[in-house]
Design a protein around this ligand. Structure first.
Ligand SMILES: Cc1cc2nc3c(=O)[nH]c(=O)nc-3n(C[C@H](O)[C@H](O)[C@H](O)COP(=O)(O)OP(=O)(O)OC[C@H]3O[C@@H](n4cnc5c(N)ncnc54)[C@H](O)[C@@H]3O)c2cc1C
Length: 282
């Protein structure tokens, strides 16, 4: 297990914020993962789980221990029943490559998302709300550590998933792996769909500057459109993409909070519903 003290999290978050974590653990297999959670549980210490860091805004300093989950389970195996078991630490792009080996498809729209499989399951990553497509469409089961009793358990099926919501968001759990049943698909079609997604992402999303993707998962689109180009400190609501904050000049967590606060105030003025999608680790 790797242990980092006073580490700058710059390379661990896609918003590219400088943040100092007092301590970060990087378990390199499931046994090490269990050992670290046993220790934290025994001490009664609260912790943060970090995967690819593409949906997290870090505070300037983080006292709570962070458990970094990108190394403990990178396994992928294809079962005789046509399912693909995939470790939580696997990057979505590696999963897509593996799917091609078995002529499987279905989640090409995630090709532009800098996510881990664990993070994608936790966030139920997918397309925009109207598209009604997300990674949970293909979930057969998810294996997880229940930190409450330190038992490894499974959730079968995909009933508890909604738009950008998974059952794990209300549980104290660590996703270990997921078993997917993807659709049979010719590799040429998969390659074409991936290419189309990357072109779309380049054309319509502000992926050229550090960001966390969409800020809100429930919002008033008119308000978000009007906020385009509004900046504070080193952060700005993208001029190109609604509901998207970019780090354009060494932004700080406070800059991002001010922008989100401004959007929330406008939602309150117009009695519009909102829900912030980005997670804050402070
Ligand atoms: C350029 C860009 C484009 C994006 N496009 C999309 C998009 O099209 N669709 C979409 O849905 N999202 C998109 N996002 C947002 C983000 O990529 C997703 O939410 C992603 O699934 C987060 O995964 P992650 O591995 O980065 O998780 P992290 O950001 O590291 O963590 C996110 C949350 O999941 C929890 N978590 C992570 N791993 C585990 C685990 N193994 N067990 C339990 N909890 C865990 C963390 O504690 C945290 O609360 C985009 C982001 C960027 C930067």
């Amino acid at each position: 297990m790797k242990i980092y003290n006073e580490i700058d999290l710059y390379r661990y978050n896609t918003m590219k914020l400088h943040s100092i974590a007092r301590i970060m653990y990087e378990p390199e297999n499931v046994d090490e993962l269990l050992a670290i959670f046993r220790k934290l549980k025994k001490e009664g210490t609260a912790f943060y789980l970090l995967s690819a860091g593409s949906n997290i805004v870090f505070g300037a300093r983080i006292e709570r221990p962070i458990v970094y989950l990108m190394s403990f389970n990178t396994n992928m195996s294809f079962g005789e029943d046509g399912t693909l078991e995939c470790g939580a630490s696997v990057r979505i792009q590696s999963l897509l490559e593996k799917m091609k080996e078995f002529s499987l498809g279905g989640i090409e729209y995630l090709a532009s998302v800098p996510s881990s499989v664990g993070g994608a399951v936790y966030m139920n990553a997918g397309r925009g709300r109207k598209m009604k497509r997300s990674i949970s469409d293909y979930i057969e089961s998810v294996r997880y550590l229940d930190v409450a009793d330190m038992q490894i358990k499974n959730i079968y099926g995909n009933d508890g998933y909604l738009y950008r919501t998974s059952p794990f968001q209300s549980l104290n759990t660590v996703i270990l792996s997921a078993r997917f049943k993807f659709v049979k698909q010719d590799v040429d079609i998969t390659n074409r769909l991936i290419k189309e997604r990357l072109v779309y992402s380049q054309r319509y999303l502000s992926a050229d500057k550090p960001s966390c993707g969409s800020v809100f998962c429930l919002m008033n689109p008119v308000i978000m459109r009007l906020l385009r180009g509004t900046g504070y400190g080193g952060a700005i609501f993208s001029k190109k993409t609604s509901n998207w904050i970019s780090n354009i000049d060494n932004a700080k967590v406070g800059d991002i909070e001010v922008l989100i606060g401004k959007a929330i105030r406008w939602h309150k003025v117009f009695f519009s519903k909102y829900k912030v999608e980005i997670r804050f680790f402070r």
